[in-house]
Design a protein around this ligand. Structure first.
Ligand code: GTQ
Length: 348
């Protein structure tokens, strides 16, 4: 310090709990965001054997949740998938219970494979099938069960990197392994099943969607109803947002969820957004060019698109649609007045 800055006043500054702004200015007020996260792809085919390995060797009594965290090489400490968001792959096997707990972080699950599991959320059992999106809004009790034969695997998403950065994280165990069931199975989904008719007697309207499960069968119905008649987006193809029926807005205050259908040979326009996102390939083959890096995807892979990083989505199949689910922190960015997006030139 003294050698770099012969003026002894610099050493004194640090002891007095101060710093010279003029040394930090460019870093603190960069011309544009530079994400610490890197574009990255997690191969489902390569991770699945390890999920099954730990399903055999590690009990749920030992692990609170049996999850492989998808950690961005640029975001190791604290671990995150992209800025403010986390993704993990969870596995549960026949007869297991993942004990009841709750946390301030919002969470959701996107089911990848298996049949016969359900999660209980604030007293309501919600069954899971591949392609379903199940919400666990912040501070809702939740525990998972599996009654089927084959292992059940799903993608977990949480906003804990944001909640912890804001120093607002709380966590509590329920006390018993399983919470009491106090509501009819699937009622939070059933009473909203018709998107335009909502249960008007429900007066308590929180900041998250009240729907427990957005089933894949409804997504398919939506895409079928649209057929090939919609214009769609040059960036995202026919892209649908899962909505909170009370507001029409995102399902959770911190995370927005979307699903897109990219027709054969689709090559999306390149865009960068201040929001960060995580993508999960439901079905199909393609490539995402993210920050100049080619991420070649297959069925069930997951990839990270850091904020303010160019992204273009390509369906490489000549014959088949590809379906890609994604979630982002766009609601946070929008609510803070920080959301920006910009179409840019295609990358080489
Ligand atoms: O299933 O409740 O991946 O609490 C991370 C934290 C899953 C869960 C995760 C959790 C859960």
């Amino acid at each position: 310090m003294t050698q770099l800055h012969p003026d002894p006043a610099y050493a004194a500054l640090q002891d007095l709990g101060t710093a010279p702004l003029w040394k930090y200015y460019g870093e603190l007020f960069a011309a544009e965001p530079r994400s610490a996260a890197v574009p990255y792809l997690w191969s489902y085919a390569r991770l699945r054997p390890y999920l099954l390995h730990f399903a055999k060797t590690l009990s749920l009594e030992e692990a609170e949740r049996r999850v492989l965290m998808l950690i961005n090489p640029g975001l190791q400490d604290p671990p995150a998938t992209v800025n403010s968001l986390y993704a993990g792959l969870q596995v549960i096997v026949s007869g297991e219970t993942a004990q009841a707990h709750r946390h301030a972080s919002n969470a959701f699950r996107f089911v990848i494979e298996g049949e016969g599991a359900y999660t209980t959320v604030n007293g309501e059992r919600i069954h899971m099938r591949p392609g379903d999106l199940l919400l666990t809004p912040g501070w809702h009790w939740h525990d998972h069960y599996h009654e089927g034969d084959e292992p059940m695997i799903w993608l977990d998403a949480l906003d804990y990197p944001l909640v912890n950065a804001l120093e607002a994280g709380f966590f509590e165990l329920y006390g018993e392994r399983a919470q009491k069931v106090s509501r009819p199975d699937g009622i939070s989904t059933r009473q909203f099943v018709h998107g335009h008719l909502v249960p008007a007697w429900e007066i308590d309207r929180g900041s998250s969607s009240p729907i427990g499960n957005y089933p894949w069968s409804e997504v398919e119905r939506a895409f079928d109803a649209i057929g090939d008649d919609a214009e769609g987006s040059a960036v995202d193809g026919v892209v649908l947002e899962y909505t909170n029926p009370w507001t029409g807005g995102p399902v959770l205050p911190t995370m927005s969820c979307r699903v897109r259908r990219l027709p054969p040979k689709f090559h999306g326009a390149a865009i960068r957004r201040t929001s960060s996102s995580v993508h999960h390939v439901i079905r199909g083959q393609g490539t995402a060019i993210v920050g100049g890096r080619r991420l070649d995807w297959n069925d069930k892979d997951v990839f990270a698109v850091p904020g303010w990083t160019a992204c273009e989505l390509i369906n490489t199949s000549e014959t088949d649609d590809t379906y890609v689910f994604s979630y982002s922190n766009e609601p946070v960015m929008r609510s803070l007045g920080l959301y920006r997006e910009e179409l840019i030139e295609r990358q080489k």
